[in-house]
Ligand binder design. Sequence first.
Ligand SMILES: NC(=O)c1ccc[n+]([C@@H]2O[C@H](COP(=O)([O-])OP(=O)(O)OC[C@H]3O[C@@H](n4cnc5c(N)ncnc54)[C@H](OP(=O)(O)O)[C@@H]3O)[C@@H](O)[C@H]2O)c1
Length: 291
Amino acid sequence: MAPKSERAFVIGAGRLGCALAKCLPAAGVEVMGLWSRSKRTTSRARRATGLPCSSGDFPSAIRSANVLFLTVSDDAIADVCTKLVEHHLVRNSQTVIHCAGCLNLSPLGEAARIGASTGSLHPLATFPVPSRRKEPSFAGALALIDGSRSVVRRLGRLVRSLGMRPARLAVSGSEPSSPRALYHAAAVVAASGVLSTMDLALEAAMAAGLKRSDALAGLLFLARGTLDHLELDRSAAKALTGPVARGDEDTVKRHLEALEEESDEARLLYEALTKRASTIAANGNREDGDR
Ligand SMILES: NC(=O)c1ccc[n+]([C@@H]2O[C@H](COP(=O)([O-])OP(=O)(O)OC[C@H]3O[C@@H](n4cnc5c(N)ncnc54)[C@H](OP(=O)(O)O)[C@@H]3O)[C@@H](O)[C@H]2O)c1
């Protein structure tokens, strides 16, 4: 996006909306304001960003922005876009962007119908509830972008200004959204999937008798080391350690018996992860055999 001349309005002042509003000015984009549905989210966003934030009726300032970021929940994007068009707040010279990983551009159909440009920008990063403890940053993340050729060019410039690396799927725009759903499923497995797995590990270690602080520090060290190996080796098969990699079936049985006593959920997750580890190990053996 052309730095300095871009004026953005952020509609949806939640986790990502606030992070964008805080980081866009350094990327050369003026943020005119934020809107959120509830007063509570609006007050939090005002404290977090120091920018004009409102709830209730959409502010008329939306019309004077040239880029609208619709950072509302995925399920609300189509409805909010339609309402903005109905309130004549979207002009055909504007660009309307959503940030959902799972969706193609069809939720922005009403804006496209009146001639506005549409696109999507999904940062492959996580932004928790805004806090004073950690400033948001997009630097280093991959950003999936979509839209017409000119929108993709502008979004490419913007994501680079935010320190991200732009990427595209082989399909785009109005094509079926299933590749987007697959891409987003991958993102969710790598983010909340890892968190859920770590939560189970923490619970099991504490049930075994470790102090929470020791369990958390020890398991984080182990998990980071594993991810470092994956990054270095660029292969899950090479980075795989543990009973499945060694073929210690009795150890796996002991784990399952112990987890069974904790909960069905713990046993089922362990079983699913063990199955995947067996696939990784088998693929690794096949790769070794091919060499
Ligand atoms: N957070 C992340 O790490 C992240 C990363 C990549 C992409 N995204 C994408 O960014 C978008 C926003 O996600 P988020 O995590 O920032 O969500 P969030 O923190 O829950 O914020 C959601 C926002 O949407 C508003 N909203 C929800 N339902 C609405 C409705 N029916 N009508 C109008 N407004 C509504 C909320 O308003 P009130 O709170 O005022 O009710 C809030 O402003 C999503 O498309 C998500 O996929 C998020």
